[in-house]
Design a protein around this ligand. Structure first.
Ligand SMILES: [Zn+2]
Length: 175
């Protein structure tokens, strides 16, 4: 399986965090990275990126994969084209005709990548449940937690005797 080693070489030479940074915002979160998912609309990053394994998983829409699925899905190209593109980028000469890799490697490698990503993140979720909330999940509700400033939202001037208790303001403040 010569084409398989081409795939592995290109995968190893590609920095997934850098690759994702080219199309979206990536932020460091402890030892891992969080990216604003390019596959669904969002403002806060919910895509976890595992640089060492070269895998990503979005907790918002469930998209998973590796460097090849990322390129093929963000650029709308086939697996073989993603392989060629990344090979060119990393300066690796493919030993196998990419057209052949396209036929043989595409389905297997893509399915493989998605399966591995799901496995890794399922494991992480399970262990996170036992060891307390993972930073990636904890960062989400933190944004919505009402701050101490929200406890007396009627604020300036009017005071509690106001005819309009300002319920809408309370809500906006706490979001
Ligand atoms: Zn997503």
């Amino acid at each position: 399986m010569a084409d398989r080693s081409d795939i592995d070489r290109v995968r190893e030479a590609t920095d997934l965090v850098e690759l994702i940074s080219e199309v979206t915002t990536v932020k460091r979160s402890g030892r891992s990275f969080m990216a604003v998912c390019p596959f669904h609309e969002e403002k806060t990053p919910s895509m976890s990126v595992d640089r060492a394994r070269g895998l990503y998983h979005c907790f918002g829409c469930g998209k998973s994969g590796d460097v090849f699925t990322f390129v093929s899905e963000t650029q709308g190209v086939e697996f073989g084209d993603a392989l060629e593109l990344l090979a060119r980028k990393t300066g690796i000469t493919l030993t196998q005709d990419p057209a052949e890799a396209r036929n043989r490697g595409r389905r297997g490698a893509a399915i493989d990548a998605i399966r591995r990503a799901i496995e890794v993140y399922n494991q992480r979720l399970r262990s996170a449940g036992e060891a307390g909330p993972a930073p990636t999940i904890g960062s989400l509700p933190a944004r919505r937690r009402p701050g101490t400033a929200c406890s007396r939202p009627t604020g300036s001037g009017a005071g509690s005797t106001s005819r309009f208790p300002g319920a809408s303001r309370v809500r906006r403040c706490c979001w």
